[in-house]
Each structure stands twice: as C-alpha cells, then as structure tokens.
Design a protein around this ligand. Structure first.
Ligand code: FPP
Length: 238
C-alpha cells in the first residue's frame, strides 16, 4: 500500500476530463471582449494542470476547441488559434521540465498549418513526460472520432469481428484510459460531442463556476464528489 495518502485516496481516478465552458460569459459580466475571457481561461488551465500533477492523477484532458467551434465569429476563432499557439510555445519547456507530456486529440489535419506544426513539435519535445499526460482536444468531436475510426476500419479490414477492444484501437488516442470523471463548468449540463465513446461510464460533475473562475478548490470539490460515487458499470451495488 502506498504511504502517500493522496495517491491512496485518488487511486481510482486516473483520468479527469473537463469541458471548459463560460469564458464568454465571464468576459461579458466584466464588459470585456470575449477573447479576454479565453485568456483568463488559459490561467485556469495553468492552475488545474499544476493541481492535477500534485494529486498524482496521470491523465487530464481539456476540451479546447470543438469541430463545431469554427462556426464562431472569425475574430474569435482567430483569437483562439493565436492563444493556443502562444500557450503551447510559451509552455513547451516548462511542461517538459515538469514531466508533463502534451498530446492532442481531434482532426489535426483540419488545424491551420502553423499551429499543427507547433502541436507536433510540442508532442515530440514533451514525449518523455511521465507525471501527467495533458490531452488537449482541438478540432475534436466525438461523433467525428467514431466516424474516423469506422472509415479507418473499412479501409483496413473486412469489418467482421469488431469488438469493443478492437474498435478502440482506431480511436485518436487508444492507449489513454477512459475518463473516470467528466467535469463541465458554467452550469450547462450536456456533453456537447465530447468523448462520446470513451465517456460511456464516466461520472459527470456539473458546476455553475465559470471556467476562468475554476480553482484548485473547485477541482477538489469535483474529486470529493467523485470519491462518493458508486460506480457499477451496469452491474449491481457493491
Ligand atoms: C467555451 O466557453 C470555451 C472555449 C470554446 C474555448 C476554451 C479555450 C480555452 C480555455 C483557452 C485555453 C486552452 C488551452 C488548452 C490553452 P464559451 O466561449 O463558450 O463561453 P460562453 O458559453 O460563456 O460564451
């Protein structure tokens, strides 16, 4: 048994996934442009990456940009893309030093060339990180991921004997365990096309806190709630 109480407490929690919602409303309430809400959202990302590492939780995934987010005004889309570029560039070395491995999930081919290039670089530079895998879902959609997997399977095989296990191999990051806990901020209570396959048995936690206001304490509240859940995976109460 581990002598670290933290490791023991959270041993059943391998992967936290977050739908970071409410940046726009956070800015609106302060009469600021929406982009400043996203910038404040980056600060929350930094806080939560640190906290997750300190809790010894090995996987954190963040829904940063969905396949549907291209429908937003061009200025906002451009601003978000520059923010991703800025964040990744600024953080690569620090993440590597902290033992964080940065990975991406989504239709990466659809991301602008300059950002895709930096994403590949970041994945390569941080590839040996062993403390935390930080998965940024960018141009990600759960339905699209399932469709991409099916197309891949059809190209590679005759499609017979597809099981849960074999299907999984065609997902974007097959080695990443399913999220144990999916958190959504800002009071909305839906999945919005996030981890549709992987989230089949995830515990869901909704908070009215807007993403830029999300702190270590909000994360801890979510973890405490998770710890009280009885996960049955379709079986009976233990
Ligand atoms: C949803 O809030 C938020 C997004 C679509 C963008 C999330 C991006 C960040 C937090 C930026 C940093 C991320 C990384 C990984 C560097 P919203 O704009 O829909 O808010 P609203 O519902 O209040 O309008």
């Amino acid at each position: 048994m581990s002598d670290s109480p933290r490791e023991e407490i959270f041993s059943s929690l391998q992967h936290i996934a977050i739908i970071m919602d409410g940046n726009g409303r956070w800015a609106q309430r302060r009469h600021l442009p929406r982009l400043l809400g996203h910038r404040a959202g980056v600060k929350a990302v930094e806080r939560i990456v640190r906290a997750t590492t300190s809790y010894h939780i090995p996987y954190l995934s963040l829904y940063a940009f969905s396949t549907e987010n291209w429908k937003r005004p061009q200025t906002e889309v451009k601003g978000l893309m520059s923010l991703f570029k800025f964040y990744i560039r600024k953080k690569i070395d620090e993440l590597r030093e902290e033992g964080v491995r940065l990975r991406f999930a989504g239709r990466i081919q659809g991301v602008p060339d300059d950002i895709r290039e930096i994403m590949y670089q970041a994945e390569n530079i941080t590839k040996d990180g062993e403390r935390l895998q930080l998965i940024v879902c960018l141009n990600y959609g759960g339905r699209q991921e399932i469709l991409d997997a099916i197309q891949h399977i059809v190209r590679e095989s005759d499609g017979t004997d597809i099981t849960d296990e074999t299907f999984r191999k065609y997902l974007y990051l097959p080695d990443v365990p399913d999220p144990d806990l999916i958190i959504r901020t800002s009071g909305e209570q839906r999945l919005s096309n996030f981890w549709l396959w992987q989230g089949a048995y995830s515990e869901l936690y909704f908070t009215s806190v807007l993403w830029p206001d999300f702190t270590e304490k909000t994360l801890k509240d979510a973890i405490d709630s998770f710890e009280k859940r009885d996960r049955r995976y379709g079986g009976i109460q233990s």
